[in-house]
Design a protein around this ligand. Structure first.
Ligand SMILES: *Cc1c(COP(=O)(O)O)cnc(C)c1O
Length: 375
């Protein structure tokens, strides 16, 4: 069985065509069972006793995240998602609050930066929105901000950003690199040992919803001042304990830990190679659909493909038609997702490694029909 066939046979049968892993992947039987089993165990022995019993599974989840990020397992904090992780980090930030990020930065991240009092400046990019590393190195060298923030793979455009090159630049300058890996973890190589990196469970790693992670470099962790409990109370808690403090859906974290374990067992490098191939297949299949233009270069090594209408089609209506009439799930990315880069909504297709060429051809046909009927 191919990696894609294994991935498909490990999950419930899909209703229609699921081309939406950048929004939420399909969980495996093992993940669904582990999550349900933990909830059941809570009912049997009590929620706090069950949580203690689950500690080894959660430790394995942290170790798996450590393997994917290059950061230590005991500096991996579970959150409720990527946005929560960024808010937790920035609300704990010591000293000057300035950040440099891509012009195509994710809208909700910009909101979190603003809410935490960060002044935002733009990193230099080329015509596609890809970071210009050499120019960035010169600009950051002149006056580095407190945080260099890179969304290694965006939600609204499937461009692989030069994460490793920027990590080298930041290391040379002694600048703190913070990485949004909501789309990149389990998709691109993120093991660059940055100051901090955060992600969601439900996207390419195919864990449950409502879970995320924040992984910290020990040098940064030792400087952070988490808001809660108030630092001046001088409670004897470590920074990691403070960040991890609070109510949690432990069953979801158990499921996520199983999902990251399954990802590593399948082979992180094989998964990345396969997702890159799926991206090329998707763009090849969609290149000639009338009324749409594929935004990414054909060979971009990501499984996110976005389409911009050339004949006035409305991506929101087309998305709805595809679900209602053909059972094809995609996303319409509105301008707010990248308010300083997107000028109009795009339609996003993000199949996981189990998609076939036949299914992508079916999608191309359905999209042509949707454009004629609903566009
Ligand atoms: C989905 C996404 C987020 C937000 O993740 P949540 O887990 O929903 O908070 C942040 N950044 C990017 C690039 C995303 O795609």
């Amino acid at each position: 069985m191919s990696l894609g066939e294994q991935w498909r046979s490990a999950r419930p049968k899909v209703a229609g065509l699921h081309l939406d892993s950048a929004a939420c992947s399909r969980q495996s039987f093992a993940v669904l069972d582990a999550t349900a089993r933990h909830a059941r165990h809570e009912a049997e022995v009590g929620g706090y006793v069950a949580a203690e019993a689950a500690a080894p599974v959660l430790d394995a989840g942290r170790a798996a995240v450590a393997a994917l990020t290059g950061l230590p397992a005991d500096h991996v904090v579970f959150t409720t998602g990527a946005n929560h992780a960024l808010d937790l980090l920035l609300s704990s930030w010591p000293g000057e609050r300035t950040v440099a990020c891509l012009p195509g930065e994710y809208g909700p991240n910009l909101a979190i930066m603003a809410a935490n009092g960060f002044d935002v400046r733009a990193l230099p990019v080329d015509g596609h929105g890809r970071l210009d590393v050499d120019t960035a190195a010169r600009q950051l060298g002149v006056g580095p901000p407190a945080v260099v923030h890179l969304t290694a793979l965006a939600s609204h455009r499937g461009l692989k950003q030069p994460l490793a090159a920027l990590a080298d630049v930041c290391r040379d300058l002694g600048a703190a690199l913070v990485v949004d890996a909501a789309q990149a973890l389990g998709h691109l190589d993120c093991a660059v040992r940055p100051a901090a990196i955060y992600s969601s469970s439900r996207k390419w790693l195919a864990g449950p919803r409502g879970v995320g992670v924040l992984a910290l470099h020990p040098d940064l962790a030792s400087r952070l001042r988490p808001r809660l409990p108030p630092p001046e109370w001088n409670l004897s808690l470590t920074v990691i304990e403070r960040l991890q403090h609070g109510e949690a859906n432990v069953a979801g974290r158990v499921g996520f830990s199983v999902a990251v374990g399954e990802h590593l067992a399948a082979g992180a490098e094989q998964m990345r190679a396969r997702l890159a191939e799926i991206g090329r297949w998707t763009r090849e299949a969609l290149n000639d659909v009338p009324g749409w233009r594929v935004v990414e270069p054909l060979d971009e090594p990501t499984a996110i493909t976005t389409l911009t209408p050339t004949g006035g089609a409305d991506p929101q209506k087309v998305r709805a038609w595809l679900i209602d009439e053909r059972g094809v799930v995609t996303t319409c990315a509105e301008v707010q997702r990248a308010p300083f880069e997107l000028t109009a909504p795009v339609l996003r297709a993000s199949p996981h490694i189990d998609v076939t060429r036949d299914e992508l051809a079916q999608f191309a046909e359905a999209l042509a029909d949707a454009t004629a009927e609903a566009g």
